[in-house]
Write a protein that binds this ligand. Structure first.
Ligand code: NAD
Ligand code: ZN
Length: 283
């Protein structure tokens, strides 16, 4: 085991480096990994400022008005997500995968930034905002197609709404929402939903099973930027613990998984993961 210089015992960072150096790392990432790309989280600093109330599946499916509000907000918010670029944290994860140390990536995020940084085989636990699914015929289509159709159906709307909402994700007025026209499935006229798992909706069982299997076989489960408040991600931490797979957490602030963790680093992800890659290179 590597000793921290002068400290007389291994620091958390050195323990993390040891665990990752042994390989078979399965990453479980969350919203905190993308805040440095300018996408707010829910429960960290950026989320608290925004006071976001997430859409539930039941509300979305049960109310045409809720869907209009969702798509109107999302029509502006999507530009922000589509423009976001991966940060040093995403790049470090992709680099660890290229080196064969990371064998699985379970992303709770829906922003596609792991892949944009070059990671492959990413399991999108909660789906992705860059696809749209028809609730009636089940067809999946690119978000860019819907974006084009929404622009055509709402000439000038985004520019007018954005005048009042400079950050692109602020709450729209009732008038702005009422003026927004949503479009239906081009194939069957059915209801369109982003291909993401909303609160109140279950992740498909085969996807969950794949993640349990990955977790069981892991050398370490590495949690990056997730408060683990949502059971959907937390269950894999509990599963790792049950199977004696060590859990390492890098997250600013407490998480629900802290009691299961062998190593906890309360530190910013971009700098920490970049240092980790450098540390492993110098060994
Ligand atoms: N980018 C996205 O796709 C996005 C954005 C918001 C929410 N969501 C989804 O909503 C759910 C929210 O749960 P969650 O646990 O992922 O997020 P969360 O908001 O509950 O927790 C994020 C954690 O990351 C920490 N954090 C923020 N920036 C950090 C940084 N730079 N370095 C280190 N730590 C940092 C925060 O303090 C917080 O504890 C998930 O499904 C999530 O993916 C996705
Ligand atoms: Zn359809």
């Amino acid at each position: 085991m590597t000793q921290a210089v002068g400290a007389g015992r291994a620091t958390g960072f050195e323990l993390l480096a040891d665990l990752v150096a042994d390989g078979d790392v399965v990453v479980l990432s969350g919203a905190g990994l993308s805040t440095e790309s300018g996408i707010p989280d829910y429960r960290g600093e950026t989320g608290r400022r925004r006071r976001a109330t997430p859409m539930t599946y039941q509300t979305f499916v049960g109310s045409a008005e809720a869907r209009r509000r969702y798509w109107a907000r999302s029509h502006l918010g999507w530009r922000h997500v589509a423009r976001a670029a991966p940060n040093a944290g995403h790049r470090a994860v992709a680099e660890l995968q290229r080196r064969g140390l990371v064998t699985g990536i379970i992303a709770q995020n829906v922003d596609g930034l792991h892949q944009a940084a070059g990671a492959t085989g990413v399991i999108e636990l909660h789906g992705s905002l860059d696809r749209v699914r028809c609730l009636d015929c089940g067809e999946r289509t690119p978000r860019d197609d819907l974006d084009r159709r929404l622009r055509e159906a709402n000439p000038g709307w985004a520019a007018r709404a954005a005048e009042f909402n400079p950050d692109g994700d602020a709450v729209l007025t009732d008038e702005e929402v009422a003026a927004f026209r949503i479009v239906d499935c081009a194939g069957c006229g059915g209801v369109l939903k982003p291909d993401v798992i909303f609160f109140g909706e279950n992740v498909p069982p085969d996807r969950v099973r794949t993640c349990y299997d990955l977790t069981e076989r892991a050398g370490v489960l590495l949690v990056l930027g997730s408060s683990l408040t949502v059971m959907s991600g937390y269950r894999f931490v509990r599963h790792a613990d049950r199977h004696a797979v060590p859990v390492a957490i890098v997250n600013q602030g407490p998480t629900r998984g802290d009691g299961h963790a062998t190593v906890i680093l309360d530190a910013p992800l971009g700098a920490t993961l970049t240092a980790l890659v450098a540390r492993l290179t110098s060994r």
